[in-house]
Design a protein around this ligand. Structure first.
Ligand code: ADP
Length: 459
């Protein structure tokens, strides 16, 4: 069963029930009012007749009061003795007698009045029967005043029919309207379903849902969906790029190894000098691939959110260690200096934090020409953060390259970078480590003047 059908069905059913309750209630109130008016009217007429009888006055000089008092059409009156002999009656009755049920006669004899409904000869009468007392207080006669209910009954019948037909038409119109409205309201959902199935069928992540009102609930669903698709597409593209990059990075060392193996097989192995050169080249490439695979594993681990085993780390001590390694790395080619150094302790994994700093420092040394200066410093900030900076006086980074340098496999000069043994993963790794520790990394650089990398870690 479609949502559209269910919505329309329940909405129509609810409306029909409400209309039915309304019609029944309305009919009951109107009937009560109309019947009540009849009762009031016949009772008051009867009381007037009785009053005249009991006062023994002759209104309008006629011998008996009824013809003079009761002259409304469809109203009949009759006065009878206790034996049932008719004394007086309204002219409209002709030869007819108004029957008085035994039970009512007895009540009248006991001095009580009452209403009853009488049905006969295709007419329905509402009757009020009341006793007439003698001056001594004895019941001497009865008076009945009646009115036909036929007009009221047929009026109520017409009203019932009108409510039924009108209600039926209203329900039918509501059902049609409801179906139209719900299908219009659900159209964007169909559109979403269509787009989704197109994406699934064609594996086309470019598709987006369009033409939906952005502010309503469905529009919000659509925009969330579009956002999700954008994110999926990014992830998918990143993954594809990563696979392409990894295979590309592995192809070069593999080709070198293959070339050297071919050379050695073709006889170079006989020459000790060429053998050792070939083996050295192979060893070099294997080491490079090992580094690459290690870096990738490290990145995959941080991506997968592998939990760090945190413990207190004296960052100043760690920086000192890194500084000593940097001196070895620089080998006198560039100067390495320890700048400002506060004492600071952070929660972290010492090996990872060391790797972060070494990545930054090895870059700083690599991209600084001989004679340049690399400065390490550590500031403990009053706002609860530690700031570690690695500043160099090297080649710097062009503004258009800055947004990319933390991307995986990204190098300013691809060919030269690869030849120099860089993988383009160093900064991505540094960034993931900083973020895994709840920190961040940023860079400021002026081409030709140098770069400063800044790492912020929570104390
Ligand atoms: P790589 O393994 O090539 O060093 P990174 O991710 O560490 O990869 O760095 C990406 C690129 O950013 C480098 O190829 C280099 O062009 C640039 N870069 C990184 N650090 C510096 C620096 N201190 N000075 C100038 N350029 C830098």
């Amino acid at each position: 069963m479609t949502l559209r059908f269910r919505l329309t069905f329940w909405y129509t059913l609810l409306l029909a029930v409400v209309l039915l309750l309304f019609a029944v209630g309305f009919q009951a109130v109107v009937a009560r009012a109309l019947y009540g008016e009849v009762d009031d009217m016949i009772q008051s007429q009867a009381e007037r007749v009785v009053a005249v009888f009991e006062a023994n006055i002759d209104p309008m000089r006629s011998r008996l009061p009824i013809p003079a008092i009761v002259f409304a059409s469809q109203v009949f009156a009759q006065a009878s003795t206790l034996q049932g002999t008719v004394i007086d009656k309204s002219p409209g009755m002709g030869d007819q007698m108004m029957p008085l049920p035994e039970e009512m006669r007895e009540r009248n004899l006991a001095g009580e009045s009452g209403f009853y409904t009488w049905q006969g000869d295709g007419v329905t009468l509402r009757v009020f029967s009341t006793p007439v007392h003698s001056p001594e207080g004895q019941v001497v006669a009865t008076v009945q005043v009646a009115r036909s209910l036929d007009t009221i009954d047929s009026m109520l019948k017409i009203a019932r029919l009108a409510l039924l037909v009108g209600g039926g038409i209203a329900v039918a119109l509501a059902a049609i309207g409801g179906a139209l409205i719900s299908s219009a309201a659900l159209r964007p959902l169909n559109q979403i379903a269509d787009t989704t199935s197109r994406i699934v069928r064609a594996e086309d992540l470019d598709q987006r849902i369009e033409g939906v009102y952005p502010d309503d609930e469905v529009g919000q669903l659509a925009s969330t969906f579009n956002e999700m698709m954008g994110r999926l597409q990014d992830l998918f593209n990143t993954q594809q790029r990563l696979v392409a990059d990894v295979s590309h990075e592995l192809r070069t060392p593999l080709a070198t190894i293959q070339g050297n193996v071919d050379l050695l097989q073709r006889g170079a192995a006989q020459d000790p000098a060429m053998l050792s050169e070939g083996l050295e080249a192979i060893g070099h490439e294997v080491a490079r691939m090992t580094r690459l695979v290690r870096d990738l594993l490290l990145l995959a681990e941080t991506d997968a959110g592998v939990r760090l085993i945190l413990k207190p780390v004296e960052l100043d001590t760690l920086l000192l260690e890194v500084y000593r390694e940097a001196l070895l790395m620089a080998d006198g080619r560039v100067r390495v200096r320890l700048g400002h150094e506060d004492q600071a302790q952070v929660q972290g994994e010492p090996d990872r934090l060391k790797q972060l700093l070494l990545n930054l420092i090895s870059n700083a040394i690599a991209y600084t020409p001989p004679g340049g200066l690399v400065t390490l410093s550590l500031h403990r900030r009053p706002d609860g953060w530690v700031r570690v900076t690695v500043a160099d006086t090297g080649v710097g980074i062009a503004p258009e390259d800055l947004p990319h340098i933390f991307d995986r496999f990204w190098r300013v000069d691809r060919a030269r970078g690869r030849a120099a043994g860089s993988s383009g993963l160093g900064l991505s790794i540094a960034q993931s480590i900083a973020e895994a520790h709840g920190g961040s990394i940023s860079v400021e650089s002026k081409p030709g003047q140098g770069s400063t990398f800044e790492v912020l870690l929570p104390l």
